[in-house]
Design a protein around this ligand. Structure first.
Ligand code: SF4
Length: 101
């Protein structure tokens, strides 16, 4: 009986520790990165100088990318929707990401 209670208490404490840790260690994800990444060609070729389309999308959202045409395989059909999306989804401070075609 004592072993059962010990295991139950340990399980409860470990579960509680995991729940608290998950809250503290939570990584905030900017949903715009995934959306913009999905709009890119998805070749993951690295020609943009970033490690794949998700990296390039992250660079766009962080304001590090100046020209969408750095994505060499990209075309207007990729760039235009991204520019529209960026216009409609400003940064938390209300500023718009500065990037050109
Ligand atoms: S160049 Fe374009 S297709 Fe290639 S990894 Fe960069 S964003 Fe993706």
């Amino acid at each position: 009986m004592a072993a059962f209670i010990t295991l139950a208490v340990m399980g409860l404490l470990l579960g509680l520790g995991l729940a608290i840790s998950a809250d503290y260690l939570k990584v905030e994800v900017d949903q715009r990165v995934q959306t913009i990444s999905d709009m890119l060609p998805q070749y993951n070729c690295g020609a943009c100088g970033y490690p794949g389309c998700a990296g390039f999308a992250e660079g766009i959202v962080e304001g590090k990318v100046e020209k969408l045409s750095d994505c060499k395989p990209g075309k207007d059909e990729h760039y235009n929707p991204i520019l529209e999306y960026i216009k409609d989804h400003p940064n938390p401070d209300g500023s718009i990401i500065k990037v050109i075609k």
